[in-house]
Write a protein that binds this ligand. Structure first.
Ligand code: AMP
Length: 224
């Protein structure tokens, strides 16, 4: 068994199911999910200074500047629940962010254990994102789909009864921009991590449980 923290990146385009998988992985491996997107949405809805700074970027589907994202990540990493590792969801999204991440970890004598890339074709992503509904309760954040995995409680979360909502950036226009940004700025990270021999690709088109099992098999291979 390899010792040291389990520092994972869950990589993939918007709508690949990273958040859904991360929520199950944190249960199994006892490490927190760090979703920069969730941190930003919470900041926007609380009206904080950070929220005001990031709002226009998030609403247009563009990327928040690298320096700000790295600062957000660093303060999250300082929290004690990250000592055993973390699952990054939606970060890093650019090469400079990946380099900044490596520097931050190096300064703590740590490194990335593995990058799990969940691959889904664009046409499926558009269908998934336009039908996505999310639980408003930040402690839950469960994700549903109006056709593929609807909630049984009509507009409310099956797990915690929280109200379901549609993210503003899940509209068709903003999704098109988010996918363009992914292909232009984020997908080069695949090659970046392939070069470091820490990239593991998983087909993200199948059933949630099947994808989860594939991710667990990879993670178990990394830790044994
Ligand atoms: P997500 O929830 O990961 O889809 O992120 C939602 C939005 O938050 C993105 O479209 C960006 O505007 C912003 N965002 C989240 N993470 C990052 C990041 N690592 N770099 C830049 N912008 C980000």
């Amino acid at each position: 068994m390899k010792s040291g923290p389990l520092n994972l990146i869950l990589f993939g385009p918007p709508g690949a199911g990273k958040g859904t998988q991360a929520k199950q992985l944190i249960e199994k491996y006892g490490i927190p999910q760090i979703s920069t997107g969730e941190i930003m949405r919470e900041a926007i809805s609380s009206g904080s200074e950070l929220g005001k700074k990031v709002q226009s970027f998030v609403q247009s589907g563009g990327l928040v500047p690298d320096k700000l994202v790295l600062d957000i990540f660093q303060s999250r990493l300082d929290k004690p629940d990250c000592v055993k590792g973390f699952i990054l969801d939606g970060f890093p999204r650019t090469i400079p962010q990946a380099q900044g991440l490596e520097e931050i970890l190096l300064s703590r004598k740590s490194t990335i254990t593995g990058v799990l890339a969940v691959m889904v074709p664009d046409e499926d992503l558009i269908k998934r994102l336009t039908g996505r509904r999310i639980c408003k309760n930040p402690a839950c954040g469960a994700s549903y789909h109006v056709d593929f995995s609807p909630s049984k409680k009509n507009g409310f979360c099956d797990q915690c009864n929280g109200e379901l909502y549609q993210r503003k950036d899940d509209s068709f226009e903003v999704i098109s921009n988010r996918l363009k940004v992914y292909h232009d700025q984020t997908s080069p990270l695949i090659e970046h991590y392939e070069g470091k021999k820490i990239l593991y690709k998983v087909d993200g088109s199948g059933k949630i449980e099947v994808i989860f099992q594939k991710l667990c098999d990879i993670i178990n291979g990394l830790t044994h």
